[in-house]
Design a protein around this ligand. Structure first.
Ligand code: ADP
Ligand code: MG
Length: 228
């Protein structure tokens, strides 16, 4: 599995008279991890929805793997702030949604990747917020995405759970090398996870910076607990 490139060419998006995205030009390499930050309402979700083919652009073109998009790309998966699990399906059935096969191995593997081996047959209502997001992440991974869009996936989690999930996302990304676009409010999260950060303001990209931290990707992620 390897990430695919994304190119956004002079994209504009308006809702009636509201010009949300005025002109976006952006090019992502295969396997790049981009973070998008910006104030609430600046058009971050709109940009992701355009890339996901869930919304029609007013002008411009988006290419995924060099092809202009015509709907949702089959190698693309998305994750949202709320897990969007179906409450009447068990965890494993939720992860199987959208898979062509009824075979449970892929779903089981994805749940293992996010550390939920003991929850296969539980109902979403019995899980914590963090566990629900893990299921949502497993569901996205089960589709073997080459492009993963993350719309504030950790925004509703408590601080410690958020740190665990950040480490999980970083770990999965460094193993699987999918292309990732993460929308987040949290600038430190953007800098920690992404290798490039952009800021959107007034419908345009006003900042675009590679993050060149002197940190190996395979750092030691173990927590250190201090005795009280
Ligand atoms: P962000 O994710 O950065 O908070 P959004 O992309 O959700 O912002 O929204 C950008 C702007 O577009 C907001 O002013 C929002 O109200 C407006 N907007 C988003 N979706 C629609 C829609 N379907 N119809 C009308 N206005 C919309
Ligand atoms: Mg949003």
């Amino acid at each position: 599995m390897k990430g695919i490139p994304v190119q956004i060419d002079q994209v504009k998006k308006s809702f009636q008279s509201l010009e949300v995205l005025k002109r976006i030009d952006l090019s992502l390499r295969s396997g790049e991890f981009l973070a998008v930050v910006g104030r609430s309402g600046c058009g971050k979700s709109t940009l992701l929805r355009l890339i996901a083919g869930l919304e029609q652009m007013s002008a411009g073109e988006i290419y995924i793997n060099q092809e202009p998009i015509t709907g949702t790309h089959p190698d693309l998966r998305m994750m949202f702030q709320d897990a969007r699990l179906l409450p009447w399906k068990t965890v494993i059935k939720n992860v199987q949604i959208g898979l062509r096969t009824k075979e449970t191995t892929i779903a089981e593997k994805a749940l293992e990747m996010v550390g939920l081996t003991d929850k296969f047959d539980q109902w979403p209502s019995s899980l914590s917020g963090g566990q629900r997001q893990r299921v949502a992440l497993a569901r996205a991974l089960a589709g073997q995405p080459k492009l993963l869009l993350l719309d504030e996936p950790l925004g509703a989690l408590d601080a410690l759970t958020r740190i665990e999930m950040q480490q999980l996302i970083e770990d999965l990304w460094s193993k699987q090398q999918f292309t990732a676009i993460l929308v987040t409010h949290d600038v430190s999260e953007a800098v920690m996870l992404a290798d490039r950060v952009i800021v959107i303001e007034a419908g345009k990209i006003t900042f675009d910076q590679k993050i060149e931290l002197a940190r190996p990707r395979e750092r030691n992620n173990d927590f250190v607990y201090y005795e009280q």
